[in-house]
Every structure is written in structure tokens, then in C-alpha cells.
Design a protein around this ligand. Structure first.
Ligand SMILES: C[S@@+](CC[C@H](N)C(=O)[O-])C[C@H]1O[C@@H](n2cnc3c(N)ncnc32)[C@H](O)[C@@H]1O
Length: 498
């Protein structure tokens, strides 16, 4: 297996990274690493006999020593290759996840598989693929799973392009003016001409023979829906433009579809070129499932994953990032049977997916206080401070951490003993109180026998992550951390109260 060395390509960090290794995108652009330069992330020679966790910590800290803003890398610039297929909310910075994998692979030879239970649109999946690592991922949101599934494939891009061009032609020749789908609010969210165009495209896609091809074409339709609906693209919540604006807006759904199609085909072709150059990467297995993380126990049968690399939501979707609302309109246009595991009842309301996600139900939340506080001092302290806030604030806090806690045993059951864990975590405020999510997750994992290795901090530039609209009681914080831990030596879980 050839290891792809990666370095962030941001402008703000470029000067101190000029001696570092190259990114996947650099590799494509033919910018090979100058020979003889120091290799960032390699363990120092005198540390070779130290345990892998110590060497990993040194390698990760070394990056920061060489470049103080290293982990704050903005991911500036366009998302390249498969990473650019769809604008999913709050996506990870690919280069950073790749750098973490590189540093781990620099200190541990036997790393072959990665698990992401909050996979989103599959950023970790692609970074694993680019390194020849097999991947299993899951997400509760069927749209996320569809996007990731497409990223997991080795498409014959010429064949896909030809099918896609037939779809575009069939849609443009179609005469039907009837709507192919119907759902409450369709006329609020789409102009009539847009409904007709999207219907023509939808019907044409359903005629494509292969489900794999249809899935890639649905992702293009999903991105088209995001761009042509009457919901603002500036927020991930459903929020309609003023009527006068949508009425007069110059928008053509078929043109937009073709534009996204050309872009995605180009990115998939470039990705294939990259993967062809990486020995073994064509055969790498990747599996994506619609699954609640709380029900993810042992979804990896046989050899467990070496690495857990993931980014759970910052808090309940409704008041942080509403992934479900963001996916509601695209999912209405996609044939549900083309996303295995997609239960269409998730579209019964605009907030049904968000209700199913972590922290989505407040019912019974106040009863979880004692069992959570017993295992996390940080939770106990927050609860003491939240006593002065509203009941709703306490419920939101407890519902989210109860659900996150309930997912930890199922998630870690898919990881080998002493498996490596990389948790990218964002923090938020509830009723003005800063919630120390990083410390809480650390304590909940330590209560299960996991060991802390290091916590990396990164600042998120303003407006970089597409957040839900702020409201008076809840805010997200412009900082993110990567919590690096190792799971319990025997893979056993300390019994936790339910
Ligand atoms: C921060 S995002 C992950 C983004 C992803 N790393 C990417 O780059 O696209 C968190 C994800 O957790 C998912 N999620 C929320 N609750 C979940 C649950 N109970 N089980 C599985 N996934 C869940 C959301 O749908 C969302 O896709």
C-alpha cells in the first residue's frame, strides 16, 4: 500500500509548511515534495522505542511547533476531488483529517481500517481511501449516506458521463408539465417552472439502468435542489427568500443541473486519476450505512477497525446545525429505494430527521442527570450552573449528552482494543453557559477505560462553517478541538447505567 503524504495547502500556513509533505490535490497538480526535506509528523529518531501513543503525541505536537496555526488550517479554497461533490453542512477540513491519519500511520504499521459513526458526507471516508485504508461509516441522515456512498465508489467515469448526458437530453426534450413529487409546502419551496424542470430531471434519472449511476445522479440533483429552491443557501435551516425575490429571480433548474453535473464529473475523473496512482486503493472496501450511532453496535463484524475518526454534532440539530432540515428538500426529490435503509417517514415533517438525531428528544431528559454526573465532573459542574437557567436549557443539555453517551459503547464495540480515536468536537453555549464538550467526551470515554493522548485546538475562522441561525439561547463557539484517545486495552466497556 502506498501512503499518500499530505500537507494542508492553505495560504495562511503556507510559509511554515513549505517543507512539509504534499496534499492529494498537490499530487494531482504534480507538485512533488522536494527531496531531502524534513518530513512533518514522523516520530523523532530517539523516540522510536517509545510506545506508539507517545510517538503519536510527539508527531502531532511537532506539527504545531513547526507551524503554530497548523490545526487551525482553514481549508481555504475549493474542496477538491470527491470532497467537492456536495456542500454538506459543517464538513470537516479534509487535509487535517488526512494529516492525523498520516501521523498515525507514521508511528503504527498495522493501520488498515477506519470507522466513522457520524460520517456526514464522507470526508473521513475519502481521506481513508486516499491512503488505501478500508472504511465503514454510518449516519442517521439518508442524504449524507447517499453522498458518502457515491464517494466510496470507483466509477467508470466515461460510462457515468454518457448516462448523465442521456439524462440531461431526456429532461430537456421532455414535454410533461406535471409534478413528479408532491409534499406539503412544495409550492412554498419551489417556483412552478422549477418544479416542472426538477420533475423532468427526476423522471429521466429513474430511467437509468444502474443504481450506482442513479445514486451519483441523485447527488447532482440534490445539489441542484439546494441551489434552485426558495430556501436561502446562506443558512442550513429552511428559511424562505422573500416572495418578490423568488418571483423575479433568474434561475433555470436544468441549466443548474448540467452545471453541477459537469463539475462533479470533472472532480470524479480527477479523483480516479489520483486513485489509479495509488497502489491498492482501487480494491479498498468502503461501506456506508443509514444507522443511528446508538444502534451501531458491532456493525463491523470480524476484524474490528483500527481507527475511529469522527465528528459528532455540536449539540441537538435544532439549535446548532440542522442537518435534517438542510436535507429535507433534496430528499423529497430522490427515489427513496435508491438509498438502502432510508425510511421515508423521516420526511413526514421538516424536522423529523433532526428529532431522531442526538439530543432530538427532550422527553425524560431530566432523569439522566445523576448517571451522567457520576461519570463526568464537567457534566456535574454544568448542571450546577444550569440550575439557575431555564428547565429547557437543562433538558437540552442532558438530552444531548445522554444520547451521545448512549452511543459510545455501540461505537467503540466496532474498534479494536487499544484502538485509536480522533474526535473532532465543537463547543456551544446554552443560555450563555459555555458547554465544555471536549472535556465531557474525554471524561465519558475515560469512564470506559480509554486513555487520553492529546487534545489539539483549532480556531474556526468566522463564517467558515455553515451554522444554523443563532438565537437568543444557543450559540456555537468558533473553536474546535481534536480529542485524540486510545480505547481500553481489552476492548471491554465499564458497565454504564442506561
Ligand atoms: C459534524 S457532522 C459530520 C460531518 C462530516 N464529518 C463531514 O465532513 O461531512 C455530524 C453528523 O452526525 C449526524 N448525526 C446526528 N445524530 C446522529 C445519530 N444519532 N446517529 C448517527 N449520525 C448522527 C448528522 O446527520 C451529521 O451528518
Amino acid at each position: 500500500m502506498e501512503q499518500l503524504a499530505v500537507r494542508p495547502g492553505s495560504t495562511n500556513t503556507a510559509s511554515c509548511l513549505s517543507g512539509s509533505r504534499q496534499t492529494a490535490s498537490d499530487a494531482l497538480a504534480g507538485q512533488a515534495k522536494p527531496s531531502g526535506e524534513p518530513t512533518v509528523g514522523q516520530p523523532m529518531r530517539e523516540d522510536q522505542s517509545a510506545p506508539a501513543a507517545v510517538r503519536l503525541k510527539a508527531a502531532l505536537e511537532q506539527r504545531e511547533l513547526e507551524c503554530p496555526d497548523y490545526w487551525s488550517h482553514t481549508g481555504a479554497g475549493r474542496r477538491e476531488l470527491g470532497h467537492g461533490l456536495f456542500a454538506y453542512p459543517a464538513m470537516m477540513v479534509p487535509q487535517l483529517q488526512g494529516a492525523l491519519l498520516d501521523d498515525l500511520m507514521g508511528v503504527e504499521d498495522d493501520v488498515t481500517s477506519v470507522f466513522d459513526p457520524f460520517m456526514g458526507s464522507g470526508t473521513v471516508l475519502l481521506e481513508a481511501r486516499y491512503r488505501g485504508l478500508s472504511f465503514t461509516g454510518a449516519d442517521i441522515n439518508p442524504l449524507a449516506v447517499l453522498i458518502a456512498t457515491v464517494k466510496s465508489r470507483n466509477y467508470d467515469v466515461d460510462a457515468l458521463e454518457s448516462v448523465g448526458r442521456s439524462v440531461i437530453k431526456a429532461a430537456s426534450n421532455a414535454k410533461s408539465t406535471s409534478a413528479a413529487v408532491d409534499f406539503p409546502g412544495i409550492n412554498k419551496w419551489f417556483r412552478e417552472d422549477v418544479i416542472i424542470d426538477l420533475s423532468r430531471i427526476r423522471r429521466a434519472i429513474t430511467q437509468a439502468q444502474s443504481r450506482d449511476d442513479r445514486q451519483a445522479l441523485w447527488v447532482i440533483l440534490a445539489e441542484t435542489v439546494r441551489l434552485v429552491s426558495n430556501s436561502r443557501t446562506s443558512t442550513v435551516k429552511l428559511h424562505a427568500y422573500p416572495t418578490e425575490y423568488t418571483r423575479d429571480r433568474v434561475i433555470d433548474a436544468q441549466f443548474t443541473y448540467q452545471d453541477v453535473f459537469e463539475r462533479n464529473i470533472k472532480q470524479l475523473r480527477r479523483q480516479n486519476e489520483l486513485l489509479r496512482g495509488l497502489a491498492g486503493s482501487q480494491d479498498v472496501k468502503a461501506r456506508c450505512l443509514v444507522r443511528d450511532a446508538r444502534a451501531s453496535a458491532n456493525i463491523i463484524a470480524g476484524r474490528k477497525a483500527d481507527v475511529l475518526m469522527t465528528s459528532p454534532p455540536y449539540g441537538d440539530n435544532k439549535t446548532t446545525v440542522s442537518y435534517g432540515q438542510h436535507s429535507y428538500l433534496p430528499l423529497q426529490w430522490i427515489e427513496a429505494t435508491d438509498i438502502p435503509g432510508f425510511d421515508p417517514s423521516l420526511l413526514s415533517t421538516t424536522y423529523a430527521i433532526d428529532n431522531e438525531a442526538l439530543g432530538g428528544s427532550l422527553s425524560g431528559a431530566l432523569h439522566y442527570a445523576d448517571s451522567l454526573a457520576e461519570r463526568s465532573n464537567a457534566i456535574a459542574q454544568c448542571l450546577a450552573q444550569l440550575q439557575e437557567r431555564t428547565r429547557n436549557a437543562r433538558q437540552r443539555f442532558l438530552a444531548f449528552f445522554h444520547d451521545l453517551d448512549a452511543s459510545l459503547d455501540p461505537i467503540t464495540s466496532n474498534l479494536k482494543p487499544r484502538g485509536w480515536m480522533f474526535w473532532t468536537l465543537g463547543e456551544r453555549k446554552i443560555s450563555g453557559l459555555h458547554i465544555p464538550t471536549v472535556q465531557i467526551v474525554r471524561e465519558l470515554l475515560e469512564s470506559r477505560g480509554a486513555q487520553h493522548i492529546v487534545t489539539l485546538e483549532r480556531k474556526i475562522p468566522k463564517n467558515k462553517k455553515r451554522m444554523a441561525l443563532r438565537n437568543g439561547t444557543v450559540e456555537t463557539i468558533s473553536r474546535e478541538s481534536v480529542l485524540v484517545m486510545q480505547s481500553s486495552p481489552r476492548g471491554e466497556q465499564t458497565e454504564t447505567p442506561s
